[in-house]
Design a protein around this ligand. Structure first.
Ligand SMILES: Cc1cc2nc3c(=O)[nH]c(=O)nc-3n(C[C@H](O)[C@H](O)[C@H](O)COP(=O)(O)OP(=O)(O)OC[C@H]3O[C@@H](n4cnc5c(N)ncnc54)[C@H](O)[C@@H]3O)c2cc1C
Length: 474
């Protein structure tokens, strides 16, 4: 297509619904994606959604409103998200859930529910498909394919945004693209960046997060290139200081960054109360391991300079406790204990200190204080109440954990019309952004609010597609 009205960069969680609605409303749309298939992060996302006022809530007799959802978000992130955008998206998220259901979404029968992976809502308004993010993709992909089959639409895969074309007055007039055929330029009245975050880019993550190491479950295609292109066109950067790690992943070997969600340790106390101690790299307690607030645990982890801690236990706990690593096969665990640098076994606490780099005195004081509390029935130094058995050895184990990235905080500053803004607050004409590329913290603030990445990407993506179609045809 030579003369689209709208170019949408990214056929992922936000880009697909944006394109479906824009084509449906009569716009001429070109979608490009550097991947060779649609879906973006939906291929790995848990796809947990949130929304108030859905038909499913009504069926279950759950009273809920967008205003109550918004209040709960503000409570969870202490008002650190963007109120105007939160109001817009929460107002539409119940309808997004209904829209997915209307198109055959395979909802898990337990929904809606209150979940504890992230700080819990007060009301049951989290939903998920039986296949996680893939269930969302199974709804979107046929609608997207049908939209792209229209004569007014085209999708180009394996095609990467190389830059934005601007006129002298700063208006964005199109995109520069690269693919196997070479470079090309496409003019358009509006360009939508729906390129996701930068959780696949160790360099960009380190630059924007004070040099910290990236441990990530994000897609490699979340490389931040859309954000970089927008900054190059004069856009402002949102939420640079709002990173909060997810608690937590087994630290991959040095030089590696990716973790597989299947291999996540079971660290949610409401799901598996802890049997181990969580200790800093020097061997000190830093968190109440059974704190029912994941937000408090994540903030405690964020205060550690290297985002890493040791999960320490003795052999007896490893054998008696419910599995700490339920997704690992026996063979994977055997391999890990015999060679993975994050898995350490030792005969004594002193040997464990030496092998992990913890200070021997600090490690043994942490273990002793925990054991004394259990033996004497006195309070745990960190206030922990789940203390199933003392850690006495012989035989000790430690697994190095690391704060992980599911979504990245910074991105392109937008107004409530999703127009990209310059640092002085003026819109960049012709440039729009939606999804994680506006910064995960723009909505979640300094926190991880359940369902507040996927559902806004769908809701605001659909809204933007309709709004732009009207605008370009006016
Ligand atoms: C393991 C995991 C679990 C998660 N669980 C949840 C959850 O339960 N609930 C929740 O709300 N959020 C969750 N998230 C976050 C959420 O899934 C993402 O924030 C969201 O899916 C991002 O949608 P998006 O449209 O912004 O980006 P994506 O879906 O990643 O789409 C971006 C697309 O842009 C393309 N692209 C990027 N750069 C370019 C370029 N230069 N040129 C061309 N194409 C480009 C990419 O190839 C990709 O297809 C999770 C994330 C992960 C990693």
């Amino acid at each position: 297509m030579n003369h689209p009205d709208i170019v949408i960069v990214g056929a992922g969680t936000a880009g697909m619904p944006c394109a479906i609605e824009a084509v449906g409303a009569g716009a001429r749309v070109l979608v490009v994606d550097q991947a060779d298939r649609p879906g973006g992060t939906l291929h790995v996302s848990l796809g947990q959604l949130s929304g108030a006022g859905s038909r499913l809530q009504a069926d279950r007799g759950i009273a809920d409103t967008p205003a109550a959802h918004l209040d709960d978000i503000i409570r969870i992130n202490r008002g650190t998200g963007r109120a105007d955008l939160l109001a817009r998206t929460t107002a539409g998220q119940g309808a997004t859930i209904d829209w997915l259901m209307d198109h055959g979404f395979a909802m898990d029968p337990a929904c809606p529910a209150i979940l504890h992976l992230h700080e819990a809502y007060r009301t049951a308004r989290t939903y998920w498909g039986v296949e996680g993010g893939l269930s969302v993709l199974r709804v979107l992909e046929p609608l997207f394919t049908a939209a792209m089959a229209q004569p007014t639409a085209e999708v180009r895969y394996a095609t990467r945004l190389a830059g934005l074309v601007q006129s002298e007055d700063g208006r964005v007039r199109g995109v520069r693209l690269t693919n196997a055929q070479g470079e090309s330029q496409v003019a358009a009245r509006a360009v939508v960046l729906a390129t996701g975050g930068y959780g696949g880019s160790p360099d960009m993550f380190a630059r924007l997060t004070g040099g910290r190491r990236l441990v990530t479950a994000a897609m490699p295609t979340s490389d931040g290139s859309g954000i970089v292109a927008a900054l190059g066109a004069g856009a402002a950067l949102s939420c640079p200081d709002m990173f909060l790690p997810t608690y937590a992943a087994v630290a991959p070997p040095p030089g590696q960054h990716r973790v597989d969600w299947r291999q996540m340790p079971s660290l949610t106390p409401q799901v598996r109360p802890p049997w181990e101690l969580h200790l800093t790299p020097l061997g000190a307690r830093f968190v109440r391991e059974d704190d029912d607030s994941v937000d408090r645990r994540e903030n405690a982890l964020n205060d550690l300079p290297h985002l890493s801690f040791w999960c320490v236990m003795d052999d007896a706990v490893w054998d008696a406790a419910p599995p700490l690593l339920p997704g690992w096969t026996e063979a994977e665990l055997a391999d890990a204990w015999s060679g993975h640098p994050s898995f350490v076994r030792a005969a004594s606490l002193a040997d464990l200190a030496q092998a992990t780099g913890m200070m021997a005195e600090t490690l043994s004081a942490s273990v002793a204080a925990y054991n004394t509390g259990i033996a004497q029935g006195t309070a745990d130094p960190m206030g922990r109440t789940h203390r199933p058995q003392a850690l006495t050895g012989p035989g000790w184990r430690a697994i190095r954990m690391h704060g992980m990235v599911l979504k990245t905080p910074s991105g392109i500053v937008v107004d409530d019309q999703m127009r990209a803004l310059r640092p002085d607050g003026a819109p960049i004409p012709g440039l729009y952004a939606v999804g994680e590329c506006i910064g995960g913290s723009t909505l979640s603030g300094k926190g991880f609010v359940s369902g507040m990445s996927v559902t806004p990407a769908l809701t605001l993506g659909r809204w933007l597609g309709r709004a732009l179609a009207q605008e370009v045809q006016a």
